[in-house]
Design a protein around this ligand. Structure first.
Ligand SMILES: Cc1cc2nc3c(=O)[nH]c(=O)nc-3n(C[C@H](O)[C@H](O)[C@H](O)COP(=O)(O)OP(=O)(O)OC[C@H]3O[C@@H](n4cnc5c(N)ncnc54)[C@H](O)[C@@H]3O)c2cc1C
Length: 466
């Protein structure tokens, strides 16, 4: 088998399906189509596969993830794929106390919800209501919810402020959204957020916010041995020369018989295309004929949050001996919104990971790297002690600065997008089908959603007569 290659100068022979994007979604689709006997080419802009998953090499065969990493219950599509590829999972470190930081005070706590006596009752009520309302959202057609128009006319923050009555519950939801949306409840429509929560489950388990925020029993429960990018590197190996790297697609033409995908290195003609890039990037491709205006309008509105992942490496996870989990929640004052123990399964080196997202990203991303590093290390020290100020290495990955992602972790719909334009999210554009985490109903924006969408797109293409 040969791995992915660089683009040639004149494109390639006609294929049954051209896949654009070698993230989890595109590779899953390509792999499924090859299994049905279709000829496939995968065109990838970057010089690597994996998209929003990226392993960072720690040396000595150890890695840590700079992009998507966690997996949990009901995420059976990505877990099933990992099992097929021979990739095991291991539990996220979750022993010991977490630390809650607010107004300069750091307090230990256990469980997923921080011990804020003023904020927690309102938060509890809001979580209960979110789950109840999420059950009223049809998972495959959120715009058909009875209250869709009303819910899509307000932000998630407007609703939360009303339900939590100004007790601080909104701030705690924003801690979660700092990493989950790379933003805040003020940027997202209520309808979008309820659909996102409805998708935190599967066909047999209704989505709940608890499953989204949780470690044990939740979306942060486990990690992939060898790092999540392995899912993509192994699939690309199996695709045996069909993946072309360094091939940013800038134009796609189609007519009644075929679709032609153009990148700097040449053009590929196919019967069908699966475009597996984030919607806002799909809208930047030059389409002939033009994308249907409502689809173009929706994709343009599905912009990404802003997210940077910061990791500090130590000889060992010293905080564990102090009874600390390395999990931190910053309601106020931090550059980070939350932290985790990201130590590899071998137990060394020790790695602390923090999410720097949303408003904090806007504050800190333009600042000098040295200042940002100091602020992040101070946050790690609040959660684990002063030894955190002296890492042996420090790494950060700013997804917003990445040309072929432009934000992270996922696209978040503002008010006014989903209720009217939502039906266009997944609608094929003649010979072009869509895949990507943003095209999933369950675990939208997650690794599992990406795999689901790739499988669904491949199934739809394979079901067509040509
Ligand atoms: C910091 C961060 C943390 C995250 N944490 C988690 C987590 O813990 N758990 C979880 O489940 N999810 C997490 N996610 C989300 C998860 O990583 C993504 O949902 C998933 O990887 C998306 O896969 P995808 O294939 O849909 O898209 P992508 O991974 O974005 O793949 C799209 C591919 O298309 C390529 N491309 C773009 N434009 C073009 C073009 N014009 N021509 C050719 N190629 C193009 C890109 O280079 C990319 O390789 C996180 C994401 C980030 C950024």
């Amino acid at each position: 088998m040969s791995g992915p290659g660089r683009a040639g100068v004149s494109g390639g022979a006609p294929v049954d399906v051209a896949v654009v994007g070698a993230g989890l979604a595109g590779l899953t689709a390509a792999r499924a189509l090859v299994a049905t006997g279709r000829s496939v080419v995968v065109l990838e802009a970057r010089d690597r596969v994996g998209g929003r998953t990226l392993n960072h090499d720690l040396g000595d065969g150890q890695v840590v993830e700079a992009g998507g990493q966690f997996v949990g219950p009901t995420q059976n599509h990505v877990l099933g794929l990992a099992a097929e590829l021979g990739i095991a999972t291991y539990p996220t470190w979750n022993e010991g106390a977490g630390v809650y930081v607010h107004r300069g005070r750091a307090r230990r706590f256990t469980g997923d919800i921080p011990p804020d006596p003023l904020a927690v009752p309102g938060l509890g009520l809001a979580m209960l209501r979110m789950n109840q309302l999420a059950r009223q959202v049809p998972i495959d057609a959120p715009w058909r919810a009875r209250s869709a128009a009303r819910w899509d006319a307000q932000t998630f923050a407007t609703w939360l402020r009303r339900v939590t009555a100004g007790t601080g519950g909104l701030d705690l939801v924003d801690v979660f959204l700092g990493s989950a949306y790379g933003g805040s409840a003020a940027e997202a429509s209520l309808l979008f957020s309820l659909h996102y929560i409805a998708g935190m489950g599967d066909e047999h388990h209704p989505g709940t916010i608890e499953r989204g925020i949780g470690v044990a029993g939740g979306a942060q429960e486990s990690r992939f041995v060898g790092g999540s990018q392995r899912l993509s590197t192994i699939m690309a190996e199996q695709l045996d020369g069909r993946v072309v790297l360094g091939a940013p697609v800038h134009a796609i033409d189609q007519d009644a018989r075929s679709v032609t995908v153009h990148c700097g290195a040449g053009s590929w003609t196919a019967r069908r295309a699966v475009v597996a890039v984030p919607p806002a990037l799909a809208a930047r491709i030059t389409w002939s004929p033009r994308l249907p205006p409502p689809q173009d309008a929706l994709f343009g509105r599905l912009t990404f949050g802003m997210l940077m992942k910061c990791e500090a490496v130590y000889d060992e996870p010293f905080w564990r001996a102090d009874g600390l989990s390395g999990q931190g929640v910053f309601r106020s004052g931090g550059a980070l919104c939350s932290t985790f123990d990201n130590t590899p399964p071998s137990g060394a080196p020790g790695v602390l990971m923090g999410f720097l997202g949303g408003r904090a990203w806007r504050t800190w991303a333009p600042r000098p790297a040295r200042d940002r590093r100091d602020a992040v290390l101070r946050d790690f020290a609040q959660v684990t002690g002063r030894a955190a100020l002296r890492p042996r290495a420090y790494v950060e990955q700013d997804w917003t600065a990445e040309e072929w992602t432009r934000g992270g972790p996922t696209a978040v719909a503002p008010p006014g997008a989903l209720a009217d334009l939502g039906p266009w999210r997944d609608r094929p554009f003649d010979r072009v089908h869509w895949a990507g985490a943003e095209h999933a109903n369950y675990w939208n924006g997650y690794l599992d959603g990406a795999v689901r969408s790739g499988t669904d797109a491949a199934r739809a293409v394979a079901a067509l007569a040509d």
